[in-house]
Design a protein around this ligand. Structure first.
Ligand SMILES: NC(=O)c1ccc[n+]([C@@H]2O[C@H](COP(=O)([O-])OP(=O)(O)OC[C@H]3O[C@@H](n4cnc5c(N)ncnc54)[C@H](OP(=O)(O)O)[C@@H]3O)[C@@H](O)[C@H]2O)c1
Length: 291
């Protein structure tokens, strides 16, 4: 353990598995108070024990939230604010891919709803606390999959007209980058930075939620492709770097891969798309009610 992050409070969403779990270990090892989120009590408790054991820190908490429910996100933020007086780092990490179309409790296509609207609402509801704790950081786990779409399909964000797993996943990860760039602009002068990242191709629990052949195929790929993939510990390193490195003080609005700033897709730099996605997301999450 070191004391590099002592006195700092970090939230890591989706910390019950994979990259989020190891990000929580890494930040706890640096001395931060780490609030891990899980949607499942039992899985969360076993993750909490793992993080405490692996980090040697007792300064770790578990809170429950389901990012497929706007009410659950709002409830989590309320509870977090009642129990904590600062937030130095928010790591938006919870998410995944869905091979068949489903909907969140609020009727959004699940991949877009959890991967993008989840990050969007959680961050916005915590912005006041991030600002009063500044200098502070928002770190959002995107993916190289954001390179695939040429832009957001604003006519069918909920994939009602057509759905494909990779299409929806790629768009949600493009949304993470568009969101980060717009957020960093909106936060200019506040001392809160916003960056995003590709964690690598990581042997985590990714895609296992789909069960059956898909889960088996991904596991087989992890075994056969082992030399070209990362462990979850390795996959967490860019998140930990963005959350904690003193080198990144004041650095904002950037995309990273392997802990190095890397160009993101051309589509991600479209400021009109960034603004449009922000405004639509405000309405979808009820942050702003349309007239
Ligand atoms: N693995 C890769 O190669 C890769 C590559 C690029 C980007 N990423 C991104 O990395 C992030 C972490 O994924 P991972 O690879 O570590 O996969 P993972 O092991 O499946 O972890 C995903 C985490 O998100 C949580 N989560 C999913 N849906 C949720 C919901 N509705 N409410 C609350 N929590 C939810 C999961 O909770 P449960 O444990 O309850 O399922 C789990 O804790 C994701 O944003 C993913 O898109 C992964």
């Amino acid at each position: 353990m070191t004391d590099q992050m002592t006195g700092k409070t970090c939230i890591v969403s989706g910390a019950s598995s994979g990259i989020g779990l190891e990000t929580a270990v890494g930040l706890a090892k640096l001395g931060a108070l780490v609030v891990m989120t899980s949607r499942n009590q039992a899985k969360g408790e076993s993750a909490l024990t793992y993080v405490k054991n692996r980090s040697g820190s007792d300064n770790v908490e578990l809170m429950l939230v389901d990012f497929a429910s706007l009410a659950s996100i709002r409830g989590f933020v309320e509870e977090f604010k009642m129990g904590h007086d600062r937030l130095d780092v928010l790591v938006n990490n919870a998410g995944g891919i869905n091979t068949s179309r489903s909907e969140t409790l609020d009727g959004f296509e699940t991949t877009f709803g959890v991967n993008h609207l989840g990050y969007f609402l959680l961050t916005n509801l915590l912005l006041d606390m991030l600002k009063t704790s500044a200098p502070s950081r928002v770190v959002s786990v995107s993916s190289r999959a954001h390179l695939r779409p040429k832009g957001m399909n604003f006519d069918d964000l909920n994939s009602e007209q057509s759905f494909s797993a990779m299409g929806s996943y790629g768009e949600s990860k493009l949304a993470n980058v568009l969101f980060t760039y717009e957020l960093s602009r909106r936060l200019e002068g506040t001392g809160v930075t916003a960056n995003c990242l590709h964690p690598g191709v990581v042997r985590s629990g990714f895609a296992q939620n789909n069960g059956g052949l898909v889960a088996l195929a991904v596991k087989a790929f992890y075994t056969l492709g082992r030399p070209f993939t990362k462990s979850s510990v390795q996959g967490a390193q860019t998140s930990i770097y963005l959350a904690s490195s003193p080198e990144l003080e004041g650095v904002t609005g950037k995309y990273f891969d392997n802990s190095a700033e890397t160009p993101s897709s051309r589509a991600s730099h479209d400021e009109e798309e960034q603004r449009r996605l922000w405004e639509i997301s405000e309405q979808m999450t009820g942050l702003v009610v349309s007239a």
